[in-house]
Design a protein around this ligand. Sequence first.
Ligand SMILES: [Zn+2]
Ligand SMILES: [Zn+2]
Length: 167
Amino acid sequence: MFVDISEILNKKNAKLSFDISEYISTNDYKPNINEFLSPVKVEGTVVNINKEFRLTAKGTVMVLINCDRCLKNIEYTLNFDIDEIYANTGGCGEIEVFDGSIIDISSAVKKNIIFSLPMKVVCKEDCKGLCPVCGKNLNEGDCSCDTSYINPSFESLRSLFKFDEEV
Ligand SMILES: [Zn+2]
Ligand SMILES: [Zn+2]
């Protein structure tokens, strides 16, 4: 994803607005994201601050990710922010470098999409998850497995969950 900043390249304090909508490949994002359902939309500005360029933007994209309990695909809208400084003079440290008058924001987009992913998403609040024995999706009905036996080492975990439910 590219932003052409030629019109502010040599104008100190000049500001440029941009608006990009582009499909990106999912391969780079596996296993976190299964699929992108919409183009990635990024809207923001670039300001020329004495030969450094501060790019701030808001982005959004709809993705398919797995339910944390039953692994079903869920549509989820990710919203992310970008705040990055670019320099084409061979900046150092935290500054991203670019050539000519085109800034490639792909790595900033990727970084912030990954960062915006929620730790856990469930398809519904009371998702029953998968049977620990046969793997059946228990939202689609019960299986005939005997799950009354609980591995003693999970006993403490189980009481934690119970405690959670009561709160
Ligand atoms: Zn689920
Ligand atoms: Zn089962």
